[in-house]
Structures are given as C-alpha cells and as structure tokens.
Design a protein around this ligand. Structure first.
Ligand SMILES: [Zn+2]
Length: 384
C-alpha cells in the first residue's frame, strides 16, 4: 500500500471575518486562504482541514494592507522624521509613502538607510528642493536655487521602484516671496519623469493659483487645512476652484499632521459633498504623539464625520494605491495576488479625538489594527 503524502493546501486561513475590498465589491463575511504568500481563495466556509494555520477572526474586518501616502520617516536626518516600522507594524500599515523628506541630494541615504533595512514597504515622493525637508524651521524653497528639475527627474527615472512623484510645499513659510514658482518647478520635474506631484497647501499662498496649475492625477495634501486660504470661502462654501480641480481629476488628500486638519473645515466641506479622495496621516515628530497618533485613529475621525467603514477603508487602500500609481500591486485583495492584508477591529465606546487645532470631539467608534499578513509573514499589532 502506497503511503499517502498529505499536503496542506493552505498555509494560512482566516475564517469568519468581514472582508471589505472595494475594488472586488466585497463587504461580507468570507474566509481568506493564503498559500505560498498568495491569496488563493476568498469564499464562504473554506475547509480548515486544508490549512496549516487557521486564525478565526469573527466580527473583525479583513481589508487590504493599509496604505498611508503622507508621512515623514527619514529619521535621524530630517527634523521631521519618525521611524517607520514601530508605528506601521503596530497600526496595520503595510505601505507608507514618505512625502518629500528627501530631495535628490539626500535620496541615496534615504534609500540605503531607511528603505533598505525597513520591514514595512516604504516609497517616497522626492522633494523639488534638493535638500528635502532636512531642517523644519527654515523653508526649503525660500531660495529657488535649491530646485533643479533636471536632477529631480533623473533621480526619479533611475529609482522608479521607490519614487512615486514630486513633493512641493506651497505655504509662505516654505516659499517666502516665491509664490507658485516652486510648484511650477515641481511640475516641470514631474513632466520630465512622467509622475504626479503632491502639493502641500498652507497659509500665505493663494489656493486658486495653486489649483489652476494642478494636473489630473496630481495630489493636493492637507485638503482640510484651516489656516489662511482653505478650500472654503468666507461663507463656508467650498470654492469653485476646488470643485473644478476635482472635476479635472486632481486628487484631494487629508494629510492630517500637526497643523493641517481642521475638523470644522472637514465637516463643512463634507456636508457639501466635498469628501477627500484619500485619508493620510502626515505622521512626523510633531504629530505622532497627538493629534494624529496613527492611520487607524485618523480613519476613525472620518467615521465620526459620517463616512461609512467601507468608504474609509477605500480611502486608505485602493484610493491611495491609485494616487501613487501602484494599484496594480497593492490596495486590493485579489485571488492570485501576493497576500497584503490588514485585520482590523472596530471598537465601540467613547473616544476622544483632536484635530490639528487641538479641538476635541468625541466619537463612538474606533478602528484598531490586530495584525497584518504580508506574503507568509504575520505581524501582530501589539497595543499597549
Ligand atoms: Zn508632511
């Protein structure tokens, strides 16, 4: 009699969770099976006998690995930088995008010392300023000589695996009297390399002037910021320029940060139907210990602002993946694709949240990451 070799069909099986995958139109209870690092089945009642390891997640949410497209992780070199792994691995973020901490002159160090050793997948926008965001107190584009669009484009072309676009900050603290000139230089570099830009908006530069330069697929970050020119006029109405930009395909991203998310602006804009496309944190040294903390906390604020769970998941998975033109790789749970999964809990209770102006509001739901799966690796999100 022949000895039968029993080969398990699946390495990991998640059972009983609620799968939310907006691109696949999934929002229901399904099991998810993983073999050889790939999602091999998403179906009702997959047989646990066929799995080496079964993790029961009844009542929990199984979503694509979270994607945060605005953070600052060039720790040790820039005044903004926080270490990526400790925050990402505890909060379910499997892909994080550094928003311009490095410029072309400091990118090699970013690639070697930050991206290389990290467990988390790190991508970046390259700053139009060659020095990037090395020193927060002095604006990086007060002097236009810091911008060399040719060098920026060349660096992107040589590093397309890591660089997703060009970053520029358009507030008077960053650009002085240079108006939208840095933005024009950023667009010049982006056109040469055929990538989008991410433009920070803030006080001191007229927003309509910025918006009319933005191209389809470019990202406005800090879209609900409340200092100086916001997307609202003096009567609290969303300005026509913002609607027009959105109509043209400009992407609006939250980029909460330490000073760039006004609860009131978000509430008023959202009441008028102006919802951000992407929800990101702008995590840095001045926001990670509050008011931002992390991406699940930021998403929870938008549950409080009235978005559905499915909508906030979409704005932290497939929508940011599209904004960085990586939606062929990340942001969904498709059979046959590498496993990149976050499992979330949705807690009920009374939770205090703060906007960037330290305005307090109390929400009744809070998202918390339980664990992630990237290919074969399960990372528990241990919370204190
Ligand atoms: Zn930022």
């Amino acid at each position: 009699m022949e000895n039968k070799v029993i080969r398990m069909q699946y390495d990991i099986l998640l059972t009983g969770g609620i799968v939310i995958d907006p691109p696949g139109n999934l929002n229901d209870q399904f099991d998810v099976a993983i073999a050889d690092g790939q999602i091999v089945d998403v179906a009702k009642n997959i047989d646990p006998q066929k799995a080496v390891r079964t993790i029961a997640v009844p009542g929990k949410y199984v979503v694509p690995g979270l994607v945060d497209i605005h953070a600052h992780v060039y720790v040790g070199v820039t005044t903004w930088g926080v270490a990526a792994d400790p925050v990402c691995q505890t909060t379910g973020v499997t892909t994080i995008v550094d928003a311009g901490s490095s410029g072309w002159a400091t990118f090699p160090g970013f690639s070697d010392y930050i991206v290389g050793p990290a467990q988390t997948r790190i991508l970046c926008y390259l700053h139009i300023s060659g020095i990037g965001l090395v020193y927060g107190p002095v604006g990086e584009m007060l002097d236009l000589r810091y911008a060399d669009p040719g060098k920026v484009a060349d660096t992107i072309i040589e590093n397309r695996d890591l660089i997703v676009g060009v970053k520029v900050r358009q507030g008077s603290a960053q650009v002085g009297d240079n108006g939208v000139e840095p933005l024009k230089l950023a667009i010049e570099a982006a056109e040469r390399a055929d990538v989008p830009i991410m433009c920070h908006i803030g006080a001191g530069v007229r927003l309509p002037e910025i918006l009319k330069l933005m191209r389809p697929g470019d990202v406005i970050t800090h879209c609900f910021q409340g200092v100086g020119d916001s997307i609202l006029d003096e009567k609290g109405r969303v300005i026509p320029d913002a609607w027009a930009a959105r109509q043209d395909g400009v992407i609006f991203d939250v980029g909460h940060g330490g000073g760039s998310f006004s609860y009131e602006v978000a509430q008023q804009a959202m009441q008028q139907g102006f919802i951000s496309d992407v929800i990101s944190t702008d995590l840095h040294v001045g926001s990670i210990n509050g008011p931002v903390y992390d991406l699940p906390t930021t998403l929870s604020k938008f549950l409080h602002l009235g978005l559905s769970l499915e909508a906030v998941i979409e704005k932290a998975t497939i929508r940011p993946a599209k904004a960085i033109q990586r939606d062929d790789e990340i942001g969904y749970l498709k059979i046959g694709s590498p496993a990149n999964i976050t499992v979330l809990d949705l807690l009920d209770g009374e939770f205090e949240f703060f906007d960037a102006h330290r305005k307090k509001f109390v929400g009744h739901q809070k998202l918390e990451a339980l664990f992630t799966i990237r290919q074969q690796t399960i990372t528990e999100c241990v919370t204190a």
